[in-house]
Design a protein around this ligand. Structure first.
Ligand code: CA2
Length: 151
């Protein structure tokens, strides 16, 4: 069974503990359940991970590129958290291994502070889902599945 990688960046482990007006009340465990439910219906395995460390996220991205090329994975859903707005290194990692990535943000970053309006991920992303809450993760998995099925 092919897999999909779901990567979460810094502070997303705190989801559901603060700022419900921005991020809602769901926890990261709820996000994982949603991803597993969506993936199961599509016949996919899920690798669900979170790290507060940029290098760890880069290592995971680098490992996933060859897995996609080998037909073992359909790509990654990436909520890079605040690294979205700072990380040339994440941009380069995605580009280097040609990883199909759907960039997800729970909040509508474009309604928020100007420093959240720029993403280093977007230019190397296959698609972008912002502001739809945690439902964005399920939509992103569905989009990666559709893309893989249609070549
Ligand atoms: O909207 C998103 O999904 C973000 O990627 C979330 C990041 C933020 O830096 C991006 O601009 C947009 C922050 C995640 C931190 O989440 C927290 C949740 C609860 C309490 C504190 C932080």
């Amino acid at each position: 069974m092919p897999s999909v990688l779901v990567l979460n960046g810094p502070n997303l482990n705190l989801l559901g503990t603060r700022k419900p007006e921005i991020y809602g009340s769901a926890t990261l465990a709820d996000v994982e359940r949603l991803c597993r439910g969506t993936a199961e219906k599509l016949g996919l395995d899920v690798e669900f991970r979170q790290s507060n460390h940029e290098g760890q996220l880069i290592d995971w991205i680098q490992e996933e590129g060859p897995r996609v090329k080998a037909g073992e994975s359909i790509g990654a859903v990436l909520n890079a958290g605040a690294f979205t707005h700072t990380s040339v290194a994440l941009h380069d990692a995605i580009e280097s291994v040609e990883l199909p990535v759907i960039e997800v943000h729970i909040s509508n970053v474009h309604r928020r502070e100007p420093f959240r309006h720029h993403s280093y991920i977007s230019p190397v992303a296959t698609g972008i889902i912002v502001g739809l809450g945690i439902a964005g993760y399920g939509l992103a998995i569905t989009a990666l599945h559709g893309r893989a099925a249609n070549g």
